[in-house]
Design a protein. Structure first.
Length: 478
């Protein structure tokens, strides 16, 4: 290792600012020359591997991983979940980052693809991330690159014994493009709303309430005009005939308003009688994402219209606004499990997040019985990212995956369960509705309404009144 002085010096002379060292040994003296060379070039960033001895290198050192240099990042290998990979080294002081480094496909020395695992490959991924950051910020040096990388590390949620000092970067191939992570914020609910997804019911409710309020206001005004001493000057100025005309006209108008309110309420009840089942999902989104009430109201209205074809009434939704560490704003199995455990919302639950960090990331993912064997905590949840197209159509699409407990897509034109969503894909067949109703009720996600109408006959569907949304949905339910 005595050549390290010359090697590092030559790299610096040629403008190299990032060096990968996926290597190491147990002897401190092997790395004396490197230590002096690294200190002599503080602007150079050295990304080193923690080793694969299955040990805590705080207690049993591996070099150069444990060297206390400001321009070193030490990386160990993790599973996709954030768990320390079997055989990988750890150390709460010496090791900085957990990075997926298992079962990766790389190019072998013979030019052919080969499967590899270990901290050496995890370190190489962070080296590449540092290079991309440098390409976008050519004036940055070791200190800035190191800070930017650490700022994108998430708090590990699984295997708390897998100690590292900074955290888990599940997506080093694109982490440089996402915002820095806020960590020191407690997870809490900062707001709760009842979001009415039943557009018909909401419209009738608003009209009925407005008419009732108007009738009450007119009644009080009429009583004041007829009986109040304060209204005496006004009655005198108007004259008895005019007062009488106003009183009778107001009484007739109040009667009309009361009858209107009753008819509106009756019409609402009649409209809702076409539904056989009710769905009451819970929603949650984080402050700091692009999701908000203005975005969710039209999306839930569109989803409710689509599900209404199957006579499913989407009842008032319990919507929670959350604040917390940025770790929870990204969909990843390990962090999602922790979030679901902590907030404990009634299911089915839709979580509106910033992005997905899954290995196979989709704009939305629904988790039912069929794809929750390894993640039972997440059963009957939907995860929608903020860049998804057609949020209303996609929301209906994902809820149907959950209700039908199926990841199947169809090729039928205009059907909402086509793999790619688009504005015209909003229809459901009677066969699909039958599966949605039967499975959803069996799994306790749908509740049968009392005095429900007869089941839908084959081919008898309600007409969907309008095209909505636009774009593409790319979710696959495994």
């Amino acid at each position: 290792m005595s050549r390290m002085t010359a090697l590092v010096g030559n790299a610096a002379a040629n403008g190299v600012l990032i060096v990968n060292l996926s290597m190491g040994s147990n002897k401190h003296e092997d790395w004396d020359a490197f230590t002096h060379a690294a200190k002599a070039h503080p602007d150079m960033l050295f990304v080193v591997s923690a080793g694969n001895n299955g040990r805590d290198i705080d207690q049993q050192p591996v070099y150069p991983a444990v060297l206390p240099l400001d321009n070193i990042i030490t990386v160990t290998s993790a599973e996709l979940t954030g768990e320390l990979a079997q055989g990988s080294n750890s150390g709460v002081r010496a090791v900085d980052l957990l990075v997926p480094g298992e079962n990766l496909t790389v190019t072998g020395f013979d030019g052919r693809p080969v499967r590899v695992s270990g901290s050496s490959y995890a370190a190489a991924r962070i080296t590449a991330m540092a290079a991309r950051l440098l390409a976008h910020h050519p004036d940055w040096r070791a200190a800035e690159l190191k800070a930017a990388i650490f700022a994108r590390a998430l708090t590990p949620m699984l295997d708390k014994s897998a100690h590292v000092s900074q955290g888990f970067i599940p997506d080093p191939d694109r982490a440089d493009t996402r915002p820095v992570v806020r960590r020191d914020i407690p997870l809490e609910s900062i707001g709760r709303h009842v979001l009415s997804a039943n557009v018909v019911g909401s419209w009738y409710g608003y009209v009925s309430a407005g008419v009732t309020v108007l009738a009450v206001v007119l009644a009080f005004a009429l009583i004041w005009l007829r009986l109040s001493n304060n209204a005496l000057p006004l009655r005198t100025a108007m004259g008895p005939n005019t007062v009488r005309l106003v009183v009778w006209g107001s009484a007739i108008l109040i009667s009309v308003l009361i009858v209107t309110a009753l008819l509106v309420g009756l019409s609402k009840r009649t409209a809702e009688q076409r539904f056989t089942h009710t769905l009451r999902p819970s929603f949650a989104y984080f402050e700091g994402t692009r999701w908000n009430l203005g975005e969710l109201r039209p999306a839930t209205a569109q989803a409710a219209k689509i599900l209404g074809q199957c006579r499913i009434l989407v009842a008032d939704i319990d919507l929670h606004i959350l604040r917390g560490p940025d770790t929870f704003m990204y969909f990843l199995d390990s962090t999602a499990k922790e979030l679901v455990r902590r907030v404990a919302l009634p299911k089915p639950t839709v979580y509106f997040v910033r992005d997905s960090l899954q290995k196979d990331a989709y704009d939305a993912e629904a988790i039912g019985k069929g794809n929750s064997n390894t993640r039972p905590t997440l059963i009957y949840t939907v995860w929608m990212t903020q860049d998804i197209a057609d949020p209303g159509i996609s929301l209906a699409h994902e809820l149907i995956h959950i209700l039908a407990d199926s990841g199947d897509h169809v090729e039928r034109p205009r059907n909402v369960m086509r793999a790619d969503t688009s504005p015209e894909n909003v229809e459901l067949s009677s066969t699909q509705c039958e599966q949605i109703i039967n499975t959803g009720e069996k799994n306790g996600l749908l509740r049968r309404l009392s005095s429900s109408p007869k089941p839908l006959p084959q081919g008898a569907l309600f007409e969907f009144p309008a095209r909505v949304g636009g774009g593409q949905e790319r979710m696959e339910m495994g």
